[in-house]
Design a protein around this ligand. Structure first.
Ligand code: ADP
Ligand code: MG
Ligand code: ZN
Length: 477
């Protein structure tokens, strides 16, 4: 029997506000433990939380960017559970009336093409603290700097059908929060976290199977690997006539497998109820419209613009638009060199390869967009050949120098002067009388040999177009 995977993701994105969701404490990462705390985020008795307005405006941005319907009135609820890093004994979240519902995101994969993934809901909540386990002694400590840091949870519909689609959805979602500048999208540091729900059903049937939820996925690679593993695990169970149990599983990246964390029988009853300390959140339409008007261009729109207005392929445009910084780099380069295609090739080719090897992001690129634009100008003007440009680029990346400086210092200017080239070519022809004779007798493949000799003699600097023209004339080809 053939099975079809059904996947839905729950993503927690930490909002980049300066202060916490219900108090004025700093959200800065990496401070000494328990220094960014106050009676509110410590959950001491008698305090009252006050909603940070920026949390709301960031959530509205995300809701608009994903085409959600925004609830003009939403509510905070208490989600009750006990955990050492949760000092109040409950987490303030949203439940029955989240800030936004019914949105969508478009994804693209090689195997399934373009697909729309529904967003069930987006809600606001506070983060919990962190347990720090002592590696040497059986002791755990609690750091409450993170309690009250704002999160939005984005819950997808079970619309994804493969690990690759799940990866594409996550990447797109991350691109959107980064374009919106509401979250830094850092999976490793935990500011963008994903839980993956997956089940199988016989292909062609409508009802969903029983799902497992996988936690502890801190990279795109792990999300895809964990889903592949889990799909295989469930498939084997079903083929053996066993059932899949609804449970929470953890991904172990070292052992390359998922394992059971807790089953349904231990599932929490969160006893949600409206938080009596917080008023309903009422948003006026004018504010929503002002936020909408200030939204930046988003990745899909940018990709379409590159295709429509600049004539790039959908693939190149998509790669350039995937990260805001890459698109910005490309557009800054266009200011200096206005031909989109070669510029895109260099950014997605040589520059991307260099950054990848150096483990750097494009913001840290040693070659600025205008330096790269200038390099392409030098090729376009015929000052250097495309081949020489590759080595000039390497030098630029290593030293940060301008291309003109490198070209001058290393004497790399292309030789385009006809009489200079003729002198070189005359000498080479005089030194190879046998080849010249063979060429004239019809062995025209020898053209490559002559061009090669000229390039060797000029250390690659001869203008190939001119070399060909002169050779053709002199050999009477
Ligand atoms: P919970 O809050 O208990 O995790 P939800 O109903 O909110 O449950 O679902 C959480 C996520 O699980 C959503 O992203 C949803 O799309 C996904 N999901 C629900 N049912 C299934 C299923 N049968 N198979 C795969 N994913 C599912
Ligand atoms: Mg869940
Ligand atoms: Zn505080």
């Amino acid at each position: 029997m053939e099975f079809e995977p059904v996947i839905g993701l729950e993503v927690h994105a930490q909002l980049k506000t300066r202060t916490k969701i219900f108090c004025g404490c700093s959200t800065a990462f990496g401070a000494p433990p328990n220094t960014h705390v106050c009676p509110v985020c410590l959950g001491l008795p008698g305090v009252l939380p006050v909603l940070n307005r920026e949390v709301l405006s960031f959530s509205i941005r995300m809701a608009l960017a994903t085409g959600c319907r925004i609830n003009r009135e939403s509510r905070f609820a208490r989600k009750n559970y006990f955990y050492p890093d949760l000092p109040k004994g409950y987490q303030i979240s949203q439940y029955e009336r989240p800030i936004a519902e019914h949105g969508r995101i478009t994804i693209e994969t090689a195997e399934a093409g373009t697909a729309t993934v529904g967003i069930t809901r987006i809600h606001m909540e506070e983060d919990a603290g962190k347990l720090v386990h002592d590696p040497d002694r059986p002791v755990s400590r609690v750091d409450l700097n993170r309690t009250g840091v704002p999160l939005i949870e984005i819950v997808s519909e079970p619309d994804l059908r493969s690990p690759e689609q799940a990866g594409a959805y996550l990447r797109k979602l991350r691109a959107v929060v980064r374009y919106l500048e509401i979250c830094d999208g850092n999976l490793e540091e935990g500011s963008f976290r994903c839980d993956a729900n997956v089940s199988l059903r016989p292909r062609g049937t409508a009802a969903f199977g029983t799902r497992a939820e996988i936690k502890n996925l801190n990279s795109f690679r792990n999300v895809e690997r964990a889903l592949h593993y889990e799909i295989e695990r469930q498939r084997e169970r079903l083929l053996d006539g066993e059932t899949v149990v609804q449970e929470t599983r953890l991904w172990d990246p070292d052992k390359n497998r998922t394992f059971s964390m807790r089953g349904k029988e231990e599932a929490h009853d969160y006893r949600y109820f409206p938080d009596p300390d917080l008023l309903p959140v009422v948003i006026d339409t004018e504010w929503i419209e002002a936020i909408r008007a200030a939204l930046p261009e988003l990745p899909d729109a940018r990709q379409n613009r590159y295709v429509r207005e600049l004539g790039l392929s959908a693939e190149d445009a998509g790669r350039l638009a995937a990260a805001r910084e890459t698109g910005d780099y490309f557009e800054a380069g266009l200011e200096v060199f206005s031909q989109p295609k070669p510029l895109a090739n260099w950014i997605l080719g040589d520059l991307a390869a260099h950054l990848n090897a150096a483990g750097k992001d494009i913001e840290e690129a040693p070659v600025t967009p205008s330096q790269l634009g200038r390099l392409l100008q030098l090729i376009d003007e015929g000052t250097i050949s495309g081949k020489i440009a590759k080595s000039v680029f390497e030098r630029m990346a290593a030293t940060g120098q301008d291309p003109d400086v490198i070209v001058e210092a290393q004497g790399l200017r292309q030789m385009s002067d006809t009489s200079e080239l003729e002198a070189v070519i005359d000498r080479i022809l005089a030194e190879a009388p046998d080849e010249v004779a063979a060429f004239r007798n019809g062995k025209t493949k020898l053209m490559g040999f002559f061009v090669g000799q000229v390039m060797k003699a000029t250390r690659g600097k001869a203008n190939p177009r001119k070399v060909n023209a002169i050779l053709t004339e002199k050999l009477g080809a």
